[in-house]
Design a protein around this ligand. Structure first.
Ligand SMILES: *Cc1c(COP(=O)(O)O)cnc(C)c1O
Length: 378
């Protein structure tokens, strides 16, 4: 089955008792057994639940992995991958990592004995230099947030594997519609399903997908042992989002491309950052790794911080809000919002200045979006 068919049919078998075409949401916490140890594979909903199983099945299929574990949030899913590591191990990550992932590594796992090292450079050589015999995991996001650098998953998989480590890719920004990390060599894919997969800004969730089923054992164990699971309603909403993921992403990309091209040389902008522009440093890698450059566009506003704050207050359609990947366009000021938990010097050294804005381009009419951004800039 091809992607669009999988998105709609995997984990969506009609209900055997009633024929309901959309499987019911199984809100039960427990399952009645015919006799001791005589059950239908379900005992208690922290351990497993049919609605969650359906979501896990479709996400595994879309990423081309053998298994998936759904979590209550993207960060709970990230924690699931880190839980496979042990005190004394280290993780090598790209520096421009999601703020919450950085906080998790620095303020939770560092105390626990996991060391994180950050490459300031996207090149595989720079990652190689940071790796030693205690490195068990290479962690990347691509495209990165908010600077939209695109990393070479194939080359980094080789770097990790040559050192006996695993490669995990946070594929939240690209989605499996545009990028398939497992096929490019990664071992784990992580999603914040809160973003494009849910797609309607109304459910928080996460998932880990593994290339090999054996790698799911410790993660499934952790999912049940630590209990950071999504409820059945949330699983249902995420799965409903999956059914239109391919349609939405196609429009997100078309709109983002139009906006990036329209504003590329605008007098009020210092820079437009979009991996589909030839001016982007990773234009070629993006063309090789991805089916399309994504729905996120970042911009550097000319002038001081105040000019940027004024811009953020003047858009009418694009709401100033955290998060991304929903049908509505959202504007984010990373320095005060998503990246506020990163110390200022570190943040600015990485290019996340007060003048940077990140636009999650929605699926509205693109002419309306262009008009909104134009009037806010002027
Ligand atoms: C939002 C996000 C996360 C965290 O996901 P939550 O669902 O908010 O916990 C992780 N990685 C990326 C790239 C994100 O955008």
């Amino acid at each position: 089955m091809k992607f669009a068919t999988q998105a709609i049919h995997v984990g969506q078998q009609p209900d055997p008792t009633t024929g309901a075409t959309v499987p019911p949401i199984h809100v039960t916490t427990t399952y009645t057994q015919a006799g001791p140890a005589d059950h239908k594979g379900y005992e208690y909903s922290r351990s497993s639940n049919p609605t969650r199983d359906n979501l896990e099945a479709v996400l595994a299929a879309l990423e081309g992995g053998e298994a998936c574990a759904a979590f209550a949030s993207g960060l709970a899913a990230t924690t699931g991958v880190f839980s496979t590591l042990r005190p004394g191990d280290n993780v090598v990550a790209y520096a421009d990592v999601y703020g919450g992932t950085y906080r998790l590594l620095e303020q939770v796992f560092r105390h626990w004995g996991l060391e994180a090292r950050y490459s300031n450079d996207t090149s595989p050589e720079s990652f190689t230099k940071l790796i030693d015999r205690k490195t068990r995991l290479v962690w990347i996001e691509t495209p990165t947030n908010p600077l939209l650098r695109v990393l070479n998953i194939k080359a980094l998989a080789d770097v990790a594997h040559n050192a006996g480590a695993r490669l995990a890719v946070d594929n939240t920004f690209a989605t499996p519609v545009l990028q398939k990390p497992l096929a490019l060599g990664a071992d784990y894919v992580v999603h914040s399903t809160t973003k494009y997969i849910g797609g309607h800004s109304d459910v928080v969730g996460g998932a880990v997908i593994v290339k090999r089923a054996a790698d799911m054992e410790p993660i499934s164990f952790f999912q049940n042992a630590a209990g950071g699971i999504p409820g059945p309603f949330d699983c249902y909403l995420a799965q409903r989002g999956v059914k239109t993921l391919h349609l939405r992403v196609e429009r997100h990309v078309a709109n983002a491309r139009r906006i990036a091209e329209h504003f590329e040389n605008h007098a009020k902008l210092e820079e437009v950052i979009y991996p589909g522009l030839t001016s982007h440093p990773d234009y070629e890698i993006a063309a090789e790794m991805m089916e399309g450059p994504g729905g996120m566009v970042s911009m550097v506003i000319k002038g001081d911080a105040d000019a940027c704050y004024r811009f953020c207050q003047r858009t009418r359609l694009c709401s100033l809000a955290e998060s991304l990947g929903g049908v509505e366009s959202l504007l984010c000021h990373p320095a005060t919002m998503t990246h506020a938990s990163i110390p200022r010097e570190i943040r600015e050294a990485r290019g996340v200045t007060e003048s940077l804005v990140r636009l999650s381009v929605g699926v509205e009419d693109v002419e309306d979006l262009i008009e909104d951004i134009e009037q806010a800039l002027s």
